[in-house]
Design a protein around this ligand. Structure first.
Ligand SMILES: C[S@@+](CC[C@H](N)C(=O)[O-])C[C@H]1O[C@@H](n2cnc3c(N)ncnc32)[C@H](O)[C@@H]1O
Length: 478
C-alpha cells in the first residue's frame, strides 16, 4: 500500500542532506515506541549477526510483553522492511550524499525502517519520519539523526510507484530486471523464477507479487487425532483447498504456537504445499509390503510428523534421519507419541541395508527460494553460488534414497525451490544414471489445478497459495 496516489507527477527532490551537525546539549530521554524499537533491533540483529527475523522478533515481543496492535505493527514493519530491502536500499542510496557502503550500519537500519513506512504503509509521512528520527536520536544522538531525517525527507518526496519508475531497469530491454526491482527480489532469483515458469512476463509478475505478500499461516491436522473441519472450527481458520488435513489461518492471526491444538500436538504449522508433497509419497501405488518408511532429511520434522501419523494408522513405522543434532531434537519433539525412530546421522552414511524401506522421502536441503515469503530476509542473503553446492548434495541424497528403497518401492524427491538446477536438473540426472522409473507425479496431487505438463509437480504461491514446492516421485525398478 502506498501513502500517495500512484501515477502522480514526480515532485522535484529536496536538496542534498546537510552534513551531520553535532548535538551538544544533554541526551534526550528514550522514546516510548516499543513496536518500532523492536523492529529496529531485529533489523540490526539480522544485519549484524545473520539472525533470522522470524526467530528474533517473536522472542523480543515476548520478553518485552509487547502485544496487540504494537506487536502487529512491529511484525509488519520488521518483515515488510526485510522483504523490501533491495528496493529500499536503491531508493535510500539515490537520496543519500554517500554510497550505502559508507552509511553507518545503525543509520542504515533506521533508514530502511523509515523508507518502508513511507513507501509501503499508510503511516502518514510526517509520523514515519519523525518516529524513525526520534529512535535514532535517542540511540545515536543528533548528528546521525539529522542525516537520517534529511534522507527520509527526500524519500518521502514521491511514492513507491514513482521511485520504481525512476530507478527500475527499463522494462523493454530488461523485463526480468524491471519486475525483480518492482517486486523487491534480487535479479538472479527473478531470473530463476522466470526460467521455471517459462515466462518473463505476466506469470513472472504474478509469481513475484505473490511472493512479496504476507502469507497466511497453514496448519496440518494430525491424521487420526482431529479432522481439518474440526481444526478449522477450533482455530477459526478455513479448511485448505487441496490438502485433506490442511487449515489456513488468517494472515496476522497471532502466534500459532499459542493455539491449543498446536500446544497439544493435534496439529502443527506446515505450509499446504509441504503437506501435499508428503502426501504424494503416500499416494503412489506399490505392491507388497508397505510398513517401513524413511524420511532421509527430516529436521525440523513437519513432514515426518504427517508421514508417521499416516503410516502409524496402518501399523507401520517411520525412520527419520537428520544430520544436525539440534534439528533431530526438533523432530523428536514434533513426533513424540508417533511410531518414529530418529537417527542423528548423515543420510549418505547410514548403516541401513540396501532396499530396507518401502517408501522414502528426500526433502533435500535447498536454497529455499520457494519459501521466501515466509523467510523475510532470506532473499537478500542467499547467493547464486549456493546453488552448485546444494545440487551436488541433492543428487547424492536422491541416489542414496533410491538405493535404500526396495525394488518396486517409491522415492519422493522434494525441494522448497523452483530453481531448475535443484529440481528438473537433479531428477533428470539421477533418473538417467540409476534407471529409476519417473512417475507422473501430478496423479498424486488430486484436485490440484495448473500442474503443467508433468511428470513433476511445481507448486507456486500465485497459482496454489502454497510455497513454491517441487515434487517428483520415482520408482526403483523391480
Ligand atoms: C529441507 S530440510 C527438511 C525439512 C523437513 N523434511 C520438514 O518437513 O520439516 C532439509 C534437512 O536436511 C538436513 N540435512 C542436510 N544435509 C543432510 C544430510 N547429509 N543427511 C541428512 N540430513 C541432512 C538439514 O539439516 C535439514 O534439516
Amino acid at each position: 500500500m502506498t501513502n500517495h496516489s500512484r501515477g502522480a507527477s514526480k515532485p522535484s527532490r529536496p536538496s542534498s542532506p546537510h552534513p551531520p551537525r553535532r548535538r551538544t546539549g544533554p541526551a534526550r530521554p528514550p522514546v516510548e515506541d516499543p513496536a518500532r524499537l523492536a523492529a529496529l533491533e531485529t533489523l540490526r540483529a539480522v544485519r549484524q549477526r545473520d539472525a533470522y527475523a522470524n526467530l528474533v522478533l517473536p522472542q523480543l515481543l515476548r520478553e518485552r510483553r509487547i502485544t496487540g496492535r504494537d506487536a502487529a505493527l512491529a511484525t509488519e514493519l520488521t518483515y515488510g522492511t526485510s522483504r523490501a530491502q533491495g528496493l529500499l536500499d536503491a531508493v535510500i542510496e539515490s537520496c543519500s550524499d554517500r554510497p550505502l557502503s559508507e552509511v553507518d550500519g545503525s543509520a542504515l537500519d533506521a533508514l530502511r525502517l523509515g523508507a518502508y513506512q513511507l513507501l509501503r504503509t499508510r503511516i502518514p509521512s510526517h509520523a514515519a519520519v519523525a518516529s524513525t528520527v526520534d529512535l535514532v536520536r535517542a540511540e545515536r544522538g543528533s548528528g546521525i539523526a539529522g542525516f537520517v531525517n534529511a534522507v527520509l525527507r527526500r524519500v518521502a518526496a514521491q511514492d513507491e510507484a514513482a521511485w520504481v519508475d525512476e530507478l527500475a531497469p527499463d522494462p523493454e530491454t530488461d523485463p526480468v530486471g524491471n519486475l525483480a526491482f518492482t517486486h523487491a527480489h534480487p535479479r538472479w532469483i527473478a531470473q530463476a523464477f522466470a526460467e521455471a515458469l517459462g515466462s518473463r512476463e505476466e506469470p513472472l509478475k504474478r509469481a513475484l507479487e505473490a511472493d512479496d505478500a504476507r502469507p497466511a499461516v497453514h496448519l496440518v491436522a494430525r491424521p487420526g487425532e482431529v479432522s481439518a473441519d474440526e481444526l478449522a472450527a477450533i482455530t477459526g481458520g478455513d479448511v485448505a483447498p487441496y490438502s485433506p488435513y490442511g487449515v489456513h489461518l488468517e494472515a496476522g492471526a497471532g502466534d500459532p504456537g499459542d493455539l491449543e491444538p498446536v500446544r497439544e500436538r493435534l496439529a502443527h504449522v506446515q505450509d499446504e504445499g509441504s503437506q501435499l508433497c508428503a502426501l504424494a509419497l503416500t499416494r503412489a501405488p506399490i505392491e507388497g509390503t508397505d510398513d517401513r518408511w524413511l524420511d532421509l532429511c527430516a529436521g525440523p520434522g513437519g513432514k515426518a510428523a504427517l508421514l508417521a501419523a499416516l503410516v502409524g494408522l496402518e501399523g507401520g513405522e517411520l525412520i527419520a534421519v537428520e544430520k544436525a543434532p539440534h534439528r533431530a531434537e526438533l523432530v523428536r519433539k514434533l513426533t513424540s507419541g508417533l511410531p518414529v525412530t530418529v537417527h542423528v546421522a548423515d543420510g549418505l552414511e547410514t548403516d541401513f541395508v540396501e532396499g530396507a524401506f518401502d517408501r522414502v522421502l528426500v526433502d533435500a536441503p535447498c536454497t529455499g527460494l520457494g519459501a521466501l515469503r515466509r523467510r523475510p530476509e532470506a532473499r537478500w542473503r542467499r547467493q547464486p553460488a549456493d546453488v552448485g553446492t546444494l545440487t551436488k548434495l541433492q543428487r547424492e541424497l536422491l541416489t542414496e534414497a533410491l538405493r535404500l528403497v526396495r525394488p518396486g518401492g517409491v522415492v519422493a524427491y522434494v525441494v522448497c525451490s523452483p530453481h531448475l538446477s535443484e529440481t528438473v536438473g537433479v531428477v533428470t540426472d539421477v533418473a538417467a544414471r540409476t534407471g529409476a522409473e519417473v512417475l507422473d507425479t501430478r496423479e498424486f496431487f488430486p484436485g490440484v489445478p495448473d500442474l503443467g505438463e508433468g511428470p513433476h509437480v511445481q507448486l507456486w504461491p500465485h497459482l496454489h497459495g502454497t510455497d513454491a514446492m517441487f515434487c517428483l516421485v520415482l520408482r526403483r525398478p523391480v
